[in-house]
Design a protein around this ligand. Structure first.
Ligand SMILES: Nc1nc2c(c(=O)[nH]1)N[C@H]1C(S)=C(S)[C@@H](COP(=O)(O)O)O[C@H]1N2
Ligand SMILES: [Mo]
Length: 417
């Protein structure tokens, strides 16, 4: 055969094993990285499923961004309200771990990249099936990491469709991942225990001089992960620690100073909230209940109701969260009682007066309405809500994702959804 650069016998062709010269590649390195990913990706999948359940996706059609999820929604459960930091912890782990694993994923793909170029493409049916599953595995991994990072960094670049993409992608990816893990984990563990390199198609037949040891390479990957971790994890804390989150989104959205100095997602200006709509004269909260019973309440009316306090965080799907803030306002279940639901309050649909941007309404479950810490907050940390945090009134619910804590509330409709 002519030795054209692309023929497998030419050392200049990626289809030739001799083309891949790094002396680092081999079963040990691939196995170490694989075992780290085995644990890490399992945790990512589980925290991802849990996070999805936290949205109350079955409160259709308001919250549900994946209407055709079918049996993939089999596990959905009523998201609890305790412990109040549940979503904060879960989502913090999901996003921080996902970002931290990026160098490990890239190193793992690098360590096996020669296999991509194996010829012939399929030696047998079984081999063909294995390669297709690898396509789903690698494609799925890249897809999930890329959509996750884009969502965290760019805030819904795919209008309204991040949820179905990331949700279905997770199932495809994880199915391929399970197959791969079942097939490869026993061998990976053997490779780790033996430590000595056996012959393997991963080992270059034509290795270049090493410039770094395998352990050195591993330290390099670990160092990359540590760097990402260190520049991300701070977004889960207030104060100076948040400033260490160099990679976190909203790095520029300065929360300012004073009692309301905690992270802001969308500002009042962004959401098109005008003072003319929120001042004492203009703003009324409309509460609708049993048999259409309706109450129209000014902020003064709300202040005349029993006020309660709760220390609760804001925790966003993007992976940032605040520590507990002191919210003060009217209990959601007291509002339900006002319109005919004295005992056993039902679900509620909350609508914002916001006109701009994607977010307008969110639904809460009966168990969330019933919790005595679930408030229509009027104050935070001892002062009136600021416009950016939702003045005149916002929802705050324990353990719920931030997106359910509607700001600038205009209307609440109680009833089973
Ligand atoms: N009306 C309205 N409410 C909203 C939002 C919004 O864009 N508009 N963003 C939600 C999201 S995604 C989060 S994380 C929290 C953030 O609250 P904060 O800006 O007070 O920190 O508000 C929620 N409430
Ligand atoms: Mo959010």
């Amino acid at each position: 055969m002519a030795r054209t650069p692309l023929s497998p016998s030419s050392p200049f062709s990626p289809f030739s094993p001799a083309f891949w010269r790094s002396p680092l590649r081999g079963p040990w390195l691939t196995s170490v990285l694989g075992v780290v990913l085995l644990g890490g990706i399992t945790v990512l999948f589980l925290t991802g499923l849990v996070s999805y359940a936290a949205y109350n996706p079955n409160l259709s059609p308001v919250n549900d961004k994946t209407p055709d999820k079918g049996i993939l929604g089999f596990y959905l459960f009523s998201w609890p309200t305790s412990p109040h930091w549940l979503y904060r912890l879960n989502q913090g782990v999901h996003v921080t771990l996902g970002i931290t694993l990026i160098p490990v994923l890239l190193a793992k793909l690098w360590s096996v990249v020669p296999k991509l170029f194996t010829l012939p493409p399929a030696r047998s049916l079984a081999h063909a099936l294995e390669r297709i599953s690898l396509l789903l595995l690698v494609g799925g991994a890249l897809f999930e990491f890329v959509t996750g990072v884009l969502n965290v960094q760019l805030d819904y670049v795919f209008p309204g469709s991040f949820y179905p993409l990331h949700f279905y992608g997770a199932w495809v990816f994880f199915a391929a991942f399970v197959v791969h893990a079942v097939l490869k984990t026993p061998m990976a563990l053997r490779n780790l225990r033996r430590l000595r390199e056996e012959s393997s198609e991963l080992v270059s037949p034509n290795p270049a001089e090493p410039t770094v040891s395998r352990r050195g390479a591993l330290w390099f990957v670990g160092g990359g992960s540590l760097l990402l971790f260190g520049t991300t994890v701070g977004q889960n804390f207030d104060g100076p620690l948040r400033r260490t989150a160099l990679l976190a989104p909203h790095g520029g959205a300065e929360p300012g100073s004073g009692p309301a100095a905690f992270q802001i997602n969308k500002t009042a200006a962004y959401a098109g909230i005008r003072e003319a709509d929120t001042n004492e004269e203009a703003w009324r909260l409309v509460v609708v209940g049993r048999d259409g019973r309706t109450a129209r309440l000014s902020r003064a009316d709300l202040l005349a109701m029993p006020l309660h306090s709760a220390a609760l965080p804001i925790a966003c799907v993007e992976g940032w969260s605040t520590s507990d803030q002191w919210w003060r306002g009217v209990r959601l279940r007291d509002l339900a009682a006002l319109v005919g639901y004295d005992a056993d309050p039902p679900d509620v649909l909350v609508e914002s007066l916001q006109r701009r941007g994607a977010f307008r309404r969110a639904a809460l479950r009966a168990n969330q309405v019933a919790d005595s810490r679930s408030l229509l907050a009027l104050f935070v940390n001892g002062e009136d809500l600021t416009p950016d945090h939702g003045y005149p009134a916002r929802i705050i619910v324990p353990a719920a994702p931030g997106v359910l804590n509607t700001k600038w509330v205009a209307r609440m409709t109680f009833g089973d959804l």
